[in-house]
Design a protein around this ligand. Structure first.
Ligand code: GRF
Length: 204
């Protein structure tokens, strides 16, 4: 409970589908003294996501809601909403969450869902632009820099307002894999920073 010694923090839900290295960067930031947010719950749509173990190790409830158990996106999202309702969530952080959310869900959580994308949006975003495809496209386009973008989620994929970006240089010998590694490291800095920025902006 909040008191003078423990001010109320921004309550986060982190949604994942995989390794959860971005989740880890958020969990680590939350351990820092004075960081204005805390992870209340981690939800994965796949039961074997390593991020679930990261959550357990941090003492955070780790829940699987498999989209395969539901007949429609709406039913899956109703289950998500039921779970989120238990944790007084202020902000949903998508961190490698590989499901497209419906406009209904996004509207319900308007300005309360953020995402990380591994390029300098608006470049190399949109439906189908994920994972190694992004880095492949960046290299094929002959870009000299790439990076990460933390943005609000709106129904149009990767089109929401940008909160912050981190740039990385592209090296002449880069492959999609080497570039991916550098961009991921930049996301690990960007995501906790963006959450802090939002928390401070709304007065936490
Ligand atoms: C990140 O590069 C993110 O931008 C993309 O998927 C990756 C997730 O990595 N959507 P992790 O699961 O946080 O390690």
């Amino acid at each position: 409970m909040a008191s003078a010694d423990s001010p109320r923090k921004l309550n986060l839900a982190v949604l994942i589908s995989g390794g959860g290295s971005n989740l880890q960067s958020i969990l680590d930031a939350c351990k820092e003294k004075g960081y204005p947010a805390q992870v209340r719950v981690v939800i994965s749509n796949t039961s074997d996501a390593y991020g679930l173990i990261r959550a357990q190790e941090a003492g955070v409830p780790a829940i699987t809601i498999s989209h395969k158990d539901f007949d429609s996106r709406t039913e899956f999202e109703n289950a998500l909403n039921n779970e989120l309702a238990d944790y007084d969530i202020d902000l949903i952080c998508l961190a490698g969450f590989m499901r497209i959310l419906t406009p209904d869900f996004i509207t319900k959580w308007s300005r309360k869902i953020i995402n990380t994308h591994p390029s300098l949006l608006p470049k190399f975003g949109g439906e189908g632009m994920y994972g190694m495809r992004v880095h492949q496209a960046v290299l094929e386009a002959g870009e000299t820099e790439s990076g990460s973008t933390i943005h609000y989620v709106i129904p149009e994929v990767d089109k929401g307002e940008i909160i912050l970006q981190k740039r990385v240089n592209i090296h002449s010998h880069d492959t999609p894999e080497t570039l991916a590694k550098r961009v991921l490291a930049s996301e690990h800095i960007a995501y906790p920073e963006a959450i802090k920025q939002i928390a401070l902006k709304i007065g936490f």
